[in-house]
Each structure stands twice: as structure tokens, then as C-alpha cells.
Design a protein around this ligand. Structure first.
Ligand code: 3HC
Ligand code: NAI
Length: 723
């Protein structure tokens, strides 16, 4: 029950008596200020928790203090528990629930001052305070679920008590942060203040003291029954079974909220802690935490480049040119427009230009019609976008990206023109997916300015950007583009030059095995189901049908012409044949499947095509292909190719490869990417399996040859990414 604050009989001025480098306690008259200062995001590590315990212990014994402000230095309030401590001994030191109890048990008001992102353990800390005050731009959230965790510091117990079970579930299951304004409307915070937050917080707590305002304890409130409809939990679980297939953390979050509704606070807290530890120790959470750090690491230039990056003069990008306003050009343009960077689109013909500009407008209007942006915003973005048929219009661009047809001669001509027209210091980028970036760079006559920017389709939606480092790309060009990627909210990964870069190169053995399996007797449905049961968002047959069998087949045809494919006469023949038959995928309502609307349906005609090809190439059909064989044959060669990419220095880090596959190819997040998944399966096991297929199927074309790096790591019982 709300208690009244203790009013001190004297006020004193004292400095920090504690011995913590990350938490300080200062006094301003009768108001104490506890400040956490642990850059970059004030993560709640063991030393912060210890510092907080010390501070609140000291305050409990200090009759001169009437109220407390808890705040953070730097760019944000606490953005969560220190993720790198999970699963280490530090995790068990200084229980966050003890910190929260120390705050709740203080008999003077504690006001939390929130700025930046109050997330996870930070949010739980705030929930344990008696009052919360925030800046207008503050964001609050419990994103633990995105790391395969649940809020493990009382969040699942306090939040439903404060905002009701339904809203709490929504917040914890989505992991999405809410704005300060929304938090205010939900009574999650008490006041939003403009100006100096710390001063406002001290005034606020002073008023609480003066008015003897009650100490509000979330732990002592009951969950509002009106927020728990009879079907709430059952419906939530049903929807999770569809949306979060196989994920542990969301289901446990529901269990915890049930406990918040049905059990006393202390019991619920203990239950939450047990389930948190279960999640923390799960492979799913390990995979998601790996991805969290790998994503941040991928954005950094390695080795010498990283050391130099700070001293590099990055090139300012204030205006962007895009050559080719087709599918990719338009999507790429939207990224820059969304970031407020003006774009000029260059086309060969007026009608193509108008079509391109029209498509961008249509896309924005569609977003507006769904209420996700205003018509005013549409107008603002379109005002930043111009079109032209004249190269001269590109003269003042700081970056020009070519996105014309995938044809070497056309692209070389465009690069030559850009080399002449672009101002000195401008960056020239190519969006090619298959052509040699070094050849294109040479055509520009200024290779140091050239870099690949391989966007994925739809380019305004897909987060992945492969940044292709050419032989002569200047370090500051690479660093500028990596920084720019952040501005346009892409996850950028650096790749060296090779066919297909990181992602599509690894796709090749995956598709090769898929097509071999089809010839041997597996059906598209069986292959897709097996791979989707592993967790891939979409099996290979459905994926090619969506991307276009024609697109895939043309790449194979081109490479065959270049003599770049294995001498195997049956190599990727399935896709060639479907292309010849006019089965171009979803767009022709027939490909690996027949389509009823967008629904793929098994087509016996495809079986006959595959039987014919098997007969033509003397391949025996069999009916004993298991799901296990499908997964091993499709995915292990892909992982093996990843090892080759690493040993050739095409990718800097195993984690970079994971980020490419997680963000560009629907690899299951709960498995952390192909290289992380290989580590979990065990590299020895992967090697043994590749050897097994080499033995069973023959290895005339080197398909099963184990990559040197993979073999070495397996022999040394090490893993990808080990230092
Ligand atoms: N623990 C450890 N390090 C963290 C961290 C955390 N919770 N949050 C961010 N960092 C690190 C990043 O790794 C990065 O380090 P680096 O500079 O060495 O690469 C640095 O902080 C800056 O992070 P970003 O590059 O992501 O910076 P942004 O400004 O883009 O984003 C952010 C900041 C919104 C705070 C974002 O980092 C983020 O979402 N962090 C994770 C938040 C989160 O998931 N919190 C919940 C943790 S689990 C928990 O609290 C359990 C509890 O219930 C018991
Ligand atoms: P598209 O055919 O939709 O668009 C190409 C556009 O370039 C057309 O509008 C055409 O008029 C224009 N164009 C051709 N020659 C030109 C020239 N000399 N000057 C100015 N404009 C010219 O092609 P799409 O799909 O947009 O592909 C473009 C590039 O993006 C290709 O290199 C492709 O490999 C790459 N890419 C495509 C992906 C996809 O999924 N479509 C994914 C990733 C990269």
C-alpha cells in the first residue's frame, strides 16, 4: 500500500562516498542523485548493479536525504542488461531484483529520469522506481524477446501490474519500444519534460517530498482484471504458434504474465527468474545474441582499415545520383529520400524515367494509404526526387549508383561515362549482382572511387547491403559507404570481389543440390518442406519461383558461356529446362510449382520433366530421399562455401556471413546464420557428412571437397569465429 515519504529534519551536502567507477551518488541539499555512467549505453553490468546496491544501501541509512533521482550520463538511460554477461559468472553477481527491492524498500521517493532508449533491464529498473519522468524523445521497451529472452528483472511481473496484461503482452512479445508520449498515455511514465531533464527531475522529486506524495510500488498493485479477457492467453498462444514457430521465449513470456495475474508478486518474480535462466541457456538465445553482436561487428572495418577509420576524411554525401530507374533503381532511391537525401534519377528514355518516378510515388502513396506516412511526407519525399536524361545532371552528386541492365557492355559504357562526368571525389557505385566489380571500376578510369553497393530486392524493404570492396577501392570510400549504410538504415556487410559476392555465391551450391535432388526423385514440395522445417523462411523451389526462374536460368546460361561452371553436364539443368518450357515461376503461374493465385501447388508435369532429365543424364531415381538428406545436402555445402569465402578473405568474419544470410536469404534467426549453425552442429560432424556424400555420390566435380579452413578448424576442435 502506498507509503508516505520520509521528510528529513536537516539537509546536508556531501559528495560521492561510494567506491564505484560507474555509479556515483551526489547530494544537492536533501535531494540525492544517483548517476550511472557506463558508456556507450549504460548497460546494466554486474559493476553497475553493485554500484546501485551500494548507493541505495547508503541512502537507506541517510536521514538527510528526502528524495532520490536515478539518472544516466551520456546518450541514453540504461539500454538493457549487459548482453555479453549472459551465461558467464558475472550474470549471477548482484541480482537485479535485489537492486529493485532496495529501491522499493527505500521510504523516500525515487524518481527515474529517462532519456534516449530505456530498454530491457533499464526499463525494469525504471519500473521499480516510484515515479518516472522522461524527455519527449525518450523511448521505452522490453526487447528481450528479440534476443530469445524474457524480461528477467521483474519486467514480466511489474509491467502487467502497471499497464494491464494485454498491453504488457503486446509490448513484451513485439519487443518494440514505445514513445514517451504513448508511455505517458498508458501511465507508464508520470510526466514528459522539455529542457534540462536532471534539473526537472530534482524539482519533481522536491514537489513529491513537499506534498508528501505516496510512494508507488508496482509490485504492490494487482493486475487490472479488465485487461485479462477470458481468451487472452489462449488466443495469444495460438497466434504465437503461427507467428513465432518453435520460439521458446515468447511462450515463456506468456507463462510469466499468467503468473503475474494469478500469483503473488514474490512467487511470480521467482518463477520469472527460473524461466529467464532457461531462455538464457537455450541455443535460440545464444544464436540471437550472436546475431546481435555480429550485426554490430559487420558495420566495422577490420584490421588496418579500422585503425585508420577514425583518421579518415569521410566524404560527405549530400546528393545521390542513380542511373537506371527500374526495379532496383527506384527502390534504391527511396532509401535516400527516406533519409532526407536528394536523389536524381537518370534514364535513357523519357517513358522509362516517368515509369520509374511514378513507381516511387505509387509506393509512397500505398504506404500513406495504410496510414504509415502522411500525404505531406509523400510530397516532401517526392520533392527531393528529380529525374533526367542528361548525365550533366549528375555533376553535383556526391555518390552515383548505377542500376542499369545486368550486361557487361552496357555497364562498362555507363561506368566510363560516370568516370568522366562525376565531380572529383564523388563515389561511383555499381549495383551489379554478378559482374566483376574490378572490371567495371577499371572502365570508370578512377577505380579508387568505385565500390559495389549490392542492394537486395525490394531495395526499399530489404535491410541487407553487400558493400563490395574492389581491388583498388580507396579505404575512405569504403568507410564512407559503410557509414552511409547506417544513415539509410541498412545492415551493411563488406564482401570482396568474386562471383555472387558472399550471399549469391553460397546460394549456388544450395541450388545445385536442390536441383540434383529433384533429378534423383525428390519433389519441390518435399525439398521445400524439409528446408522450411529446418527453419528457412522459404524453401529453394518457392524462392526461385518468386525471384523468377528466368532470372536464375539466365545467370546459369551466362556463366556457362564464360566457362565458369563445373564440367558436370547435368549442372543446374532443372532450372534451364523449366525456363525453356516458359515456366518462369510465379509470374507465369508455373515454375517448380503450378500456382493458384499465389499458392504453390504440386505439379505432376514437373515430376515428368525431372524424370526426363534424370533419364537423359543417366541419373538413378530413388524413393528413399529423407528430409535429413535434403537438409544436409542443401545446407552443408553452403556452409562449406562459407568457409572458402572466409579463407579467401572475401568475407572478413564468419559473423558477416551469418548477417548476410539472416538479412538477405531468410536463414532462421533462431539458428544464428549458417556459420553459427555449423558451429552448433559441430564442424567435425559437417566434415564427416561432406566426406560421406563424397563417398556415396562420387566427387568428380569437387562438390564435396572440404574447405581447408573447415577441415583445419574441425581437426583442431575449434569453431568459426574463434579468435
Ligand atoms: N549490452 C551490451 N552491449 C550493448 C547493449 C547491451 N544491452 N546495447 C548496446 N550495446 C553496445 C553495442 O554492442 C555497441 O557496441 P560497439 O560500439 O562496441 O559495437 C554499442 O553498445 C552501441 O550500440 P549500437 O551500435 O546498437 O547503437 P545504436 O545507437 O544504433 O542503438 C540501442 C542503441 C538502441 C541501445 C541498441 O544497441 C540496442 O537495441 N541494444 C540492445 C537493447 C536490448 O536488447 N536490451 C535488452 C537486453 S536483455 C535484458 O535486459 C535482460 C533483462 O531483462 C534481465
Ligand atoms: P530493370 O530492368 O528493372 O531496370 C534497369 C533500368 O535501367 C531500366 O529502367 C532501363 O531503362 C535502365 N537503363 C538501361 N540502360 C541504361 C543506361 N545506359 N542509362 C540509364 N538507364 C539505363 O533491372 P533491375 O532488376 O532494376 O536491375 C538493375 C541492376 O540491379 C542489375 O545490375 C541487376 O543485376 C541488379 N540487381 C537486381 C536485383 C533484382 O532482384 N532485380 C537484385 C540485386 C541487384
Amino acid at each position: 500500500r502506498p507509503r508516505s515519504p520520509r521528510i528529513p529534519d536537516r539537509s546536508i551536502e556531501r559528495g560521492n562516498l561510494m567506491d564505484s567507477p560507474v555509479v556515483t551518488l551526489t547530494r544537492n541539499g536533501a535531494i540525492a542523485v544517483v548517476t550511472i555512467d557506463r558508456p556507450p549505453v549504460n548497460a546494466l553490468s554486474a559493476d553497475v548493479r553493485r554500484g546501485l546496491l551500494d548507493a541505495f544501501d547508503e541512502l537507506a541509512d541517510d536521514p538527510g536525504v528526502a528524495g532520490v533521482v536515478l539518472a544516466c550520463a551520456g546518450r541514453t538511460f540504461v539500454a538493457g542488461a549487459e548482453i555479453s554477461e549472459f551465461g558467464t559468472p558475472a550474470f549471477s553477481e548482484a541480482d537485479p531484483n535485489d537492486v529493485h527491492a532496495a529501491i522499493e524498500n527505500l521510504n523516500i521517493p525515487v524518481v527515474c529520469a529517462l532519456h534516449g532508449t530505456t530498454l530491457g533491464g533499464g526499463m525494469e529498473l525504471a519500473l521499480a522506481c516510484h515515479y518516472r519522468i522522461a524527455t519527449p524523445t525518450a523511448k521505452l521497451g522490453l526487447p528481450e524477446v528479440t534476443l530469445g529472452l524474457l524480461p528477467g528483472g521483474g519486467g514480466t511481473q511489474r509491467l502487467p501490474r502497471l499497464i494491464g496484461a494485454a498491453d504488457a503482452l503486446e509490448m513484451m512479445l513485439s519487443g518494440a519500444p514505445m514513445s514517451a508520449q504513448t508511455a505517458l498515455e498508458k501511465d507508464l511514465i508520470d510526466v514528459i519534460v522539455e529542457g534540462n531533464l536532471l534539473e526537472a527531475a530534482q524539482r519533481f522529486v522536491g514537489e513529491l517530498v513537499a506534498t508528501r506524495a505516496p510512494l508507488r510500488l508496482a509490485s504492490e498493485v494487482d493486475v487490472d482484471r479488465a485487461s485479462v479477457s477470458p481468451t487472452l492467453f489462449a488466443e495469444t498462444r495460438t497466434s504465437l504458434a503461427k507467428k513465432a514457430r518453435g520460439a521458446i521465449a515468447p511462450a515463456r513470456i506468456v507463462d510469466c504474465v499468467v503468473a503475474a495475474v494469478t500469483r503473488p508478486f514474490a512467487e511470480g518474480l521467482k518463477y520469472e527468474r527460473d524461466l529467464f535462466v532457461e531462455c538464457m541457456n537455450s541455443r535460440q538465445s545464444a544464436a540471437l545474441r550472436h546475431a546481435f553482436f555480429a550485426e554490430r561487428e559487420a558495420g566495422k572495418l577490420p584490421g588496418n582499415l579500422a585503425g585508420n577509420a577514425k583518421d579518415m576524411d569521410l566524404r560527405p554525401i549530400r546528393k545521390v545520383g542513380i542511373v537506371g530507374a527500374g526495379t532496383m533503381g527506384g527502390g534504391i532511391a527511396m532509401n535516400f529520400l527516406n533519409a532526407g537525401i536528394p536523389v536524381v534519377l537518370l534514364e535513357v528514355k523519357q517513358d522509362a524515367l516517368e515509369r520509374g518516378l511514378g513507381l516511387i510515388r505509387k509506393n509512397y502513396e500505398a504506404t500513406a494509404s495504410k496510414g504509415r506516412m502522411t500525404l505531406e511526407q509523400v510530397a516532401q519525399r517526392m520533392a527531393l526526387c528529380s529525374g533526367s536524361l542528361e548525365y550533366a545532371e549528375l555533376q553535383d552528386c556526391d555518390l552515383v549508383i548505377e542500376a542499369v541492365f545486368e550486361n557487361m557492355d552496357i555497364k562498362k559504357a555507363v561506368m566510363t561515362r560516370l568516370g568522366e562526368v562525376c565531380k572529383p571525389g564523388a563515389i561511383i557505385a555499381t549495383n551489379t549482382s554478378t559482374l566483376d566489380v574490378d572490371v567495371l571500376a577499371a572502365a570508370s578510369g578512377r577505380a579508387a572511387d568505385v565500390v559495389g553497393m549490392h542492394f537486395f530486392s525490394p531495395a526499399n524493404v530489404m535491410r541487407l547491403l553487400e558493400v563490395v570492396r574492389g581491388r583498388d577501392t580507396a579505404p575512405e570510400v569504403l568507410a564512407t559507404v559503410m557509414g552511409l549504410a547506417r544513415t539509410i538504415k541498412k545492415v551493411a556487410v563488406v564482401s570482396g570481389v568474386c562471383f555472387g559476392f558472399i550471399g549469391n555465391r553460397m546460394l549456388e551450391p544450395y541450388l545445385r543440390e536442390c536441383e540434383s535432388l529433384l533429378l534423383e526423385g525428390a519433389t519441390p514440395t518435399q525439398i521445400d518442406h524439409a528446408v522450411e522445417a529446418f527453419g528457412m523462411a522459404m524453401g529453394p523451389c518457392r524462392m526461385i519461383d518468386m525471384a523468377g526462374v528466368d532470372v536464375a536460368a539466365k545467370v546459369v546460361l551466362e556463366r556457362r558461356k564464360e566457362g565458369a561452371l563445373p564440367a558436370d553436364p547435368s549442372y543446374r539443368t532443372a532450372c534451364q529446362m523449366l525456363f525453356e518450357l516458359g515456366r518462369h515461376g510465379q509470374k507465369t503461374a508455373a515454375g517448380y510449382y503450378r500456382y493458384e493465385g499465389r499458392t504453390p501447388v504440386h505439379d505432376p508435369e514437373v515430376d515428368r520433366v525431372m524424370e526426363g532429365l534424370a533419364a537423359q543424364y543417366g541419373i538413378a531415381r530413388r524413393s528413399d530421399i529423407s528430409d535429413e538428406e535434403i537438409v544436409e545436402r542443401c545446407l552443408y555445402p553452403l556452409m562449406n562455401e562459407g568457409a572458402k569465402i572466409l579463407e579467401e578473405g572475401i568475407a572478413y568474419r564468419a559473423g558477416d556471413i551469418d548477417i548476410v544470410w539472416l538479412n538477405g536469404y531468410g536463414f532462421p534467426a533462431l539458428k544464428g546464420g549458417p556459420m553459427h549453425a555449423a558451429n552448433v552442429i559441430g564442424l567435425e560432424q559437417i566434415v564427416a557428412c561432406l566426406d560421406h556424400y563424397a563417398d556415396k555420390r562420387g566427387n568428380a566435380f569437387g562438390y564435396w571437397t572440404v574447405a581447408g579452413l573447415l577441415g583445419d578448424l574441425a581437426a583442431a576442435e575449434r569453431a568459426f569465429g574463434d579468435a
